[in-house]
Design a protein around this ligand. Sequence first.
Ligand code: ATP
Ligand code: MG
Length: 602
Amino acid sequence: MSLENNAAAAPAAPSDFIRDIVAAHVGEHKYPRIHTRFPPEPNGYLHIGHAKSICLNFGIAREFGGICNLRMDDTNPTKEDIEYVESIQADVNWLIGGWAEDRLGLKPHGKTPETKTGEGKNDFFLPPVFGTSENERKHSDVKLEPFYASDYFDQIYEYAVELIKRGKAFVCDMTPDQTDEYRRNGKASPFRDRSVAENLDWFTRMKNGEFADGTRVLRAKIQVDAANVWLRDPLLYRIKHADHHQTGGKWCIYPMYDFAHCLSDYVEGITHSICTLEFEVHRPLYDWILESLDLPRPLPHQYEFARLSLNYTIMSKRKLMQLVQENLVTGWDDPRMPTISGIRRRGVTPEALRNFAYNIGITKYNGLTDVSVLEYAIRDDLNKRSLRRLAVLRPIKVVITNYPAGQVEELNATNNPEQPETGWRKIPFSRELFIERDDFAEVPPPKFFRLKPGGEVRLKYAYIIKCEEVIKDAAGNIAELRCTADLDSKTGGATSARKVKGTIHWVSAAHCVDVEVRLYDRLFTEAEPEKDGRDFKSVLNPHSLEVVTAKCEPSLKDASAETRYQFERLAYFALDLDSRPGRLVFNRTITLKDAWAKEAKK
Ligand code: ATP
Ligand code: MG
């Protein structure tokens, strides 16, 4: 299929300045294929900011018939771990699976690009083509895995040697502090004019492990007093005597991000290297490295967009790690975390997250996105897909005195009014019920249309009941409500026309199942947790988790992890992975309405 056909077949996606650029390139046949990448560093779990980047990079590959490589940007072994590699793979698969997984660029396990040292001056590293087409994947018995920057350590090393040979890199013996100071002041390193032969010797010895960490670095020779500080002879390689999660003990020197990134992009044949705005100032260095090596064209090009910042949220892996390590949350996948795994565990669907990423758009200006935009996308998605169920979170007992003991009626209840084809289910009604404590008020405030002494209310899918008597225990707490039902008022019945102002939910006491319900709320009480340098841990919401035992209609015994539920009049819920047969745990994904907006108005 040609690029044009693919583009035409893709569903409408929003346009933005990056997609406009890509569309123009497709139009002028600038590249044989559009190739993007998502390059996380495996030093923590992915968060919702990464989701924005994933949706952009895979979205472009999907809309323009291209491929998006998943690449671990693993140049800093001391901060990285295989646990993070695995979680990143799982999160990316969850987010794009069923949507853009055929766009996922992977490579055969263990395969690294070949180093070509050919005749022509330009062909010593031709970008290899890995098996990434759908066909190749289907027919390959080789396990596929993500790309790793560490796959290219051999090449990157050779590229560094080549830069030295071209007089464009030198080994510098200054201390890190001296180097910083010299760069700040635009001063040349005293080692800048070492000969090529000397530099090659020192660099080889660095690689061979002769020197301690921090004693020498390889630096690019660009311009010591460049206006852009990133061009002031930046570091390309540092010494780190540390084992790497992929390459083990093979290396004691590791390339810096700026050196490894553009070259990894090049080696993979990336066309559009899309990153967040803080890398804009690095772009001249990205281009300088590729051009200084005089690599065969086409070269990848870097484009920058605004990172996602959400209010009531912190988004840096380092700080999220603090929450985990200090046990302020239960783990990276705590449903209150803005991590993809936390959001997933909370019950949000990949569709909702992708819709959110589409709704916020791609711009060049950093700003703060209101978390209500995310919550809207979640509610919108869950409203469409959730099965409606009756559950009572904080029960109070109701006895229908005129309903015969032992009698059980099976009433019809709608599964999902948004999807009539999901039909009906039966819910049992009997003499003893539970209703929500909040739905009864002994001394009702004005406009209270739920149950009150002497008042009437409709039980959803059932009868109108009237509260005749409030029974209290010795301590004066309400023990139960004695009510009568209007037995002619059954919902859907021939004589059901009578209307009352309020409708409440309920479950039958004899039939309901007890489940644990975890009521999650925002993790921070302040919109900007770190405003004016405040410690974000000082504004953690003490009520971000409340656990209750809820009484649920019996059909919830068969709840499944894939299904989403709306407990009517309450919130959306999903089964938590802590659930065991006979002991289900539900997470509140999100309330039906935005309680925080109401609070803000007050
Ligand atoms: P953090 O600063 O949160 O620790 P990071 O930038 O160090 O994140 P990386 O693993 O380096 O995390 O990021 C992988 C990709 O995700 C990069 O291309 C980066 O630009 C992008 N990314 C990271 N954070 C955001 C964000 N908040 N919004 C959009 N894209 C992001
Ligand atoms: Mg980073």
